[in-house]
Design a protein around this ligand. Sequence first.
Ligand code: ZN
Ligand code: ZN
Length: 239
Amino acid sequence: MYKYELHCHTSEGSRCASTTASGMIDFYKKCGYQGVVITDHFFNGNCTVPKDLPWKERVELYCKGYENAKKRGDEIGVDVFFGWEFGGDFVTLGLSPEWLAENEDLDKLTLYEYFEKIHSAGGYLIHAHPFRESPYTKALRIFPRHVDAMETINAGNTDFENSIADYLAEQYKVTKAAGSDKHSDAIKNIAAVELDFRAETLDELIDAMKNNKHTVKEYDLSENDGKIELTEHIPIKEV
Ligand SMILES: [Zn+2]
Ligand SMILES: [Zn+2]
């Protein structure tokens, strides 16, 4: 199976990330992944890009994490794709840096306007960590009818939060996605979308998800002699 990471941050683009894009790609290579989508926090999230610059310049700075990751990926054989995380909760795939550059003030849209805009442009929306409870979450906001997929596995969520997302995805018949929401290359648990073929493009990966030709997995990691070993995660049932 070919493993893909759909939710990954870099220190170039995300304030809360501590590993560089290149370091992240090295990490995923060690974990045996075929591909990684770089999804740094967009301007309305915990982003490194200064606010007082022209839009196009901001987009250029924003894309540094992806570009550095792509460069490293080309060197060591990891397929790197572009995406972003909107407002902390919506992983957005299928649109290019050029599209971002042309859509000034995207970050000012309300969520419903944003969903509409992304879909009319042909983008794909994944509801990130839908049931995460944290100090910055004032309320659970779930949009099962407005997203294309939902993270039923987010490696930063508890098993309980993931199990509720999985139940909801089943009930609403929403495509299941997985993402690690990685901010560092620490040896922790990790999520993967798995395919039985190598996706040449991100569109191929998205198509596979649309047709439910993928599986979602979570692994525990351990390090042995500098090698990273993956063991399938067994969820703990607790509230
Ligand atoms: Zn973050
Ligand atoms: Zn994230």
